[in-house]
Design a protein around this ligand. Structure first.
Ligand SMILES: C[S@@+](CC[C@H](N)C(=O)[O-])C[C@H]1O[C@@H](n2cnc3c(N)ncnc32)[C@H](O)[C@@H]1O
Length: 457
């Protein structure tokens, strides 16, 4: 304790109380590197500080937290973190299921089980239920999804067979830059270029200002109401990043291969009060940094609908992501081509990233890697601005909190954004927000309210 700058005078009375409480059993106090003692010292300090700051945030980067983190070393849990429910039965990942259940802290040294190049610890300060899922570093088809990767399906126009080394250092950009207008989306430092990132941010923020594609037979509307679907509300034709791949002559170090190399920053999963598990980075991240992909099972929309139906009564999904960036460009999509990613049972670190309305610090961008056919693609998260160490990483799920028919039911949003779209909270608090202050039409039929958000961007 002295090493942490805690004086004898502070330790002594706490220790005395603990010994009395534990019938002089030293073993209980020594366990986990004197964690009980540390908790007993820090907890009253933590709560005093939160009261003084009027804050209940669990991730406040205070000196106390720093000291405590130093002491509480992450245990190496050799047990797999899975306790997988049988296929088809949803595990409950709603915020209610991730509430504080016991005082036992579930720290894990590396949730990836060595499947990523980096270790991703799970740090529990408050005693949350451990997550029930299996970590996978890459997407995998559940059953019916049609995801054909083949050399023959990549034309010579869609790859750079004759390149070698690093495509970014070529004087004339190669064929793989065509998707991004003849310029690569990445800088030599591996960040997304500003112009590209800013266009993606603007398309997400103001979809109504961009071209919407309307499907003739919208898979989303069919999932909501199979027999009498409403007309398609429109999908934004999203901008894609295109990375070099197997048919390209460049090396794995080529600057146009960022997402496929996997996460590299110091990510951590941590516990929060109210939102369950969350993700942060232990290091500073400049604007345009790649964080991770959204990895999960590749499902057809029908499979997702079936899963929702089965799980509806008592359990909830993590938030599945529709791969709808190109849906409207085809007249009718076959069912096995309308896909989504579901990270409920199998997923990567992205399944822990929480939602924040409008001013989230991450944005999800479609990435073409193995196939030029946009029924299937990757979803990659990039930072929208510079991010300080230990800031929670969030993205806007695009939820329409008013859409009661949506296959995925919205949760009660606790994002704390001044632009929060969840009107139920405002109404419960006696607010009088009117329906006409809402503008329909983001991708996936989600809703966005017209606020002064633009002015703060
Ligand atoms: C993709 S998961 C995110 C990780 C999740 N917190 C966990 O512990 O597994 C989505 C779920 O997290 C919770 N969640 C995410 N963002 C939230 C928010 N802004 N407010 C409340 N709950 C949130 C909801 O339960 C949601 O269904």
């Amino acid at each position: 304790m002295k090493e942490l700058g805690i004086s004898r005078e502070v330790v002594k009375p706490v220790l005395k109380n603990l010994l009395e409480l534990y019938d002089m059993n030293w073993k209980l106090i020594e366990e986990n590197n004197y964690r009980t003692l540390a908790d007993a010292i820090f907890e009253p300090l933590d709560s005093k500080k939160s009261i003084a700051e009027g804050s209940t945030s669990s991730n406040t980067n205070t000196a106390i937290h720093k000291k405590r983190r130093k002491l509480i070393q992450v245990e190496d849990e050799t047990e797999p973190i899975v306790n997988l429910t049988r296929p088809g039965v949803q595990s409950d990942n709603s915020s209610s299921s991730v509430q504080r259940k016991s005082k036992k802290l579930h720290n894990i040294n590396d949730i990836t089980r060595g499947t990523e190049k980096i270790k991703i610890p799970l740090i529990d300060d408050i005693g949350l239920e451990p997550p029930k899922f299996l970590y996978i570093p890459q997407n995998i088809s559940y059953q019916d999804a049609y995801v054909p990767f083949s050399i023959a399906r990549i034309s010579d126009r869609d790859c750079c067979l004759n390149c070698n080394g690093d495509c970014l250092s070529r004087r004339v950009p190669c064929a793989c830059s065509r998707e991004t207008g003849g310029e690569f989306a990445y800088t030599p430092q591996g960040l997304l270029k500003d112009y590209f990132l800013n266009t993606c941010i603007s398309m997400k923020r103001d979809p109504q200002d961009h071209h919407l594609f309307h499907c003739q037979d919208c898979p989303l509307e069919k999932a909501k109401n199979e027999h009498n679907p409403e007309p398609c509300k429109g999908h934004v034709l999203r901008k894609f990043i295109k990375e070099c791949w197997r048919k390209c002559g460049c090396t794995m170090d080529c600057g146009n291969r960022v997402v496929q190399r996997g996460p590299t920053c110091k990510l951590q999963v941590f516990s929060t009060e109210g939102k369950g598990w969350a993700v942060r980075s232990a290091e500073y991240l400049p604007k345009g940094s790649f964080i991770c992909e959204y990895v999960g099972e590749i499902l057809t929309n029908t499979e997702l609908y079936e899963r929702n139906k089965q799980g509806r009564k008592n359990e909830r999904h993590t938030y599945p992501v529709l791969l709808d960036a190109d849906w409207g460009s085809e007249r009718v999509l076959e069912d096995e081509e309308a896909l989504c990613l579901d990270a409920t049972h199998f997923g990567n670190v992205a399944r822990f990233i929480n939602h924040r309305c409008h001013d989230s610090n991450l944005i999800e961008i479609p990435v073409e890697i193995e196939t030029p056919h946009h029924h299937y693609y990757h979803i990659a998260f990039f930072t929208k601005r510079n991010i300080d160490p230990y800031e929670e990483l969030t993205w806007d799920y695009g939820i329409d909190f008013d859409d009661v028919d949506h296959p995925i039911k919205a949760f009660e949003c606790q994002c704390a954004s001044p632009y929060c779209r969840d009107r139920r909270k405002a109404i419960a608090a006696g607010g009088t927000k009117k329906k006409d202050s809402v503008v329909k039409g983001t991708a996936s039929g989600s809703t966005s309210r017209k606020l002064n958000y633009k002015q703060v961007q």
